[in-house]
Each structure stands twice: as C-alpha cells, then as structure tokens.
Design a protein around this ligand. Structure first.
Ligand code: KG4
Ligand code: ZN
Length: 352
C-alpha cells in the first residue's frame, strides 16, 4: 500500500436513499450514485419500512456495478468495504450490510460496519481539510437532534439530545399539517421565504431550561392549533415555525458552549443542515463566539454513501494503516448511540 491513498467503497441504505460511493483517503469522491425513494413513499406521507427494504434490494446491485464502472475500478483495487450497520430501518440496513459482507468475503477485503450517525458526524471533514478535532457538532436529521463534542474518530461525547421529536421530524410533521409534500424540510423552507417569521406566536420548548436537551413535540402541536384556527397564512406559519426552531437551536447551543467551554469550530451536519436560515443563524452564533463555522455542501448533508466511505477512511487513518475487519457476522443495529456513555433521556433515543 505504501503512501498510496486508500480507496473505500461505501454503502448507505438506512432510510429512504439507496447510495453507493467510492472515496479516497485524500478526500476525492471517485464515483457516487444515489437513488431516492421519495416517489414510492410520498403517497403514504412518510417512509414505509417494507417498501424501503424492497427498493434497496432492487437497486443496490446495479448501483454497485455502476460506481465501479464509473471509476474504472475492480474489487481488488479497494482497501475496504464500508456499509451503514445502523441505526435505521432494520430491513434496509440489512440489505446494505449483507451486500457489503458478500463483497468483502468475495474480494477478501476488510468489512467496516459504520454507524450512520458517525457518517454524518465526520462528513464535514471530507469536505473541509482544515477541520481538525475537536469540534462542537450540531447533528440535525430526520431521526436525531443532538449536540456532540467530536473529539476524534470513535470519540463522541453527547452533550444534548431531544426528549421527543427530532428537528427533521418536526419539519416533516409541519409540512404534513400544512398540506405540503414529503419530505417536508425543503417544502417548509421554500414556503417560509414568503412568510413573516414573527406573525404567529409559537412556543420555544426548553428555551432557558436548566436541562441541556431539545424538545419539539409542543412546537408541532402549536403549529397544528395555528393551522386549525384559520387565522394565519400558511407562509407565515412556516416562517414562524422555522424561526422558533432556529431560536431553540441557538439557545441550546449557547447553553452547551457556556457549560462545556469554548470549541475552535462549530459544525452542522445531517439533513436539516441543508436549511439556509438555520445555517445563517449558526454562522452568526459561531462568529459571536470567535469560532470557525463549517457546514458541508448540501449533497453531503442529506443521506449519502460518500460519508459512509469517508468514515471508513477515517477509521483506517486512526488505525495507522492496520486495516482491521469487523466480523462478518456483525449484526445490523436498529439502535446504536454514538456516545454509549450518555445517559438515556426520557422519550429520547428512539432511533439512537
Ligand atoms: O440526514 P437525513 O437525510 O436522513 C436522516 O438520517 O434522517 O435527514 C432527513 C431530514 C428530513 O426530516 C428532512 O425533512 C430534513 O432532513 N431536511 C430539511 C431540509 N432538507 C432536508 N429540513 C429543513 N430544511 C431543509 N432544507
Ligand atoms: Zn441521516
């Protein structure tokens, strides 16, 4: 191997995106393919696990062949095969993990069972070479809303999580209540552009609380009441909801900073990190604390396989070139907290 960069194949299938990517340890994405299942799930207003698992099973093999062809590589050229092994919808996770095991066995390459959240947590370093450990990470997706101190590969200290809904879930539910499409985040953001963020009085759950955590269930219920009252324009409700979410995020991050001390960088990752209003507010917060603000490009925020392959590259680097395989009987994990030491919080961690 010498000083040649490593090449890792990544597979992601934990929710409703089937994704495959080839990434090098010197931060090049050699090829990637992603197939969204939005059309399949849209009629149900949410992801249907059985439909998701079947769609992953149908699409994965041709996509794997596709990326290898795109990059002009053979299995023997790879250094490792990385796949999401959880947390997520178990049927889909199994499809990706079993495929990775088969490839690892056939090609006699190490298998890397990757935590999906670790993929999100490390993805900013794929896009930004200058981002060093430690960093304060806001991880906001459809299943999670956490503040973590990322101290190194495999070293994640959770400072806060949600006691009920994840923020992406709150965006999706708000979209449903407003009769917008699925997934709801981008639709709410677009509608909010035409609205007044101060028009509708909505709660900021946990704001000022002595606990470090988030809560979004009450905000969603308040959105439902605002819609049912018939007193507000949908755009005003969307904008006010988004503003309430921003206020909650900033308040909780301020608390994390005041209790855990300064960090050189503030980083945001996960699907909700695609939201421009949230990004702008975080950038301001970082500036006021003299922190660097890092947000990955949009395509790396939502679910993708490059982040899974990259997590594999990071693991190889942390092992100082000693490529260790995870066991081929590694089980798919519907739940898999990034910080196993973090105490459980009421109602939280359903998917973590
Ligand atoms: O990370 P992700 O792709 O999948 C999970 O691991 O959950 O995140 C998906 C979530 C969905 O809830 C979606 O509505 C939300 O991210 N999202 C957004 C935006 N784009 C995606 N939320 C707010 N604004 C957006 N622009
Ligand atoms: Zn995700």
């Amino acid at each position: 191997m010498g000083s040649e960069p490593h090449i890792v194949l990544g597979i992601e299938s934990s929710c409703d995106e089937t994704a495959v990517a080839l990434v090098t340890s010197d931060r090049r994405i050699l090829a990637q393919r992603i197939a969204s299942q939005e059309a399949e799930h849209a009629p149900y207003g949410g992801v249907v696990p059985e439909i998701a698992a079947r769609a992953h099973a149908e699409r994965l093999a041709p996509m794997l062949e596709g990326v290898m062809d795109d990059a002009g590589l053979e299995l023997s050229d790879l250094d490792a095969i990385a796949a999401t092994a959880g947390p997520g919808l178990i049927g889909g996770v199994m499809v990706g993990l079993v495929s990775a095991k088969a490839l690892a066995m056939a090609a006699d390459k190490p298998l890397m069972a990757i935590n999906h959240l670790e993929g999100h947590a490390l993805s900013p370093r794929l896009a930004d070479e200058a981002l060093d450990y430690p960093y304060l990470l806001l991880l906001v997706s459809g299943g999670h809303c956490q503040i973590l101190n990322v101290e190194g590969v495999g070293e994640y200290r959770r400072l806060a999580t949600t006691i009920d809904d994840a923020l992406g879930e709150a965006f999706d539910k708000t979209a449903k209540i407003l009769g917008l499409g699925f997934p709801g985040g981008p639709a709410v953001e677009e509608l909010a552009c035409d609205g007044d963020p101060n028009a509708v009085p909505l709660p900021r759950p946990m704001k000022g609380s002595a606990e470090p955590h988030f809560s979004f269930a009450g905000l969603k219920s308040a959105v439902l009441r605002a819609v049912e009252s018939g007193e507000h324009k949908p755009a005003d409700i969307a904008a006010s909801f988004q503003q309430a979410a921003v206020d909650c995020l900033i308040d909780r991050l301020e608390k994390a900073l005041s209790e855990n001390g300064a960090s050189p960088s503030l980083v945001v990752a996960g699907g909700v990190a695609a939201n421009q209003t949230i990004r702008a507010a975080l950038e301001q917060l970082a500036e006021s604390h003299a922190m660097r603000f890092v947000a990955p490009p949009l395509a790396l925020c939502t679910d993708n396989a490059a982040m899974i392959a990259w997590a594999g590259c990071e693991r190889i680097a942390a092992q100082a070139g000693e490529l260790q395989s995870d066991p081929l009987d590694f089980k798919a994990r519907p739940r898999w907290p990034l910080d196993p030491e973090a105490e459980s919080v009421r109602g939280a961690g359903v998917k973590a």
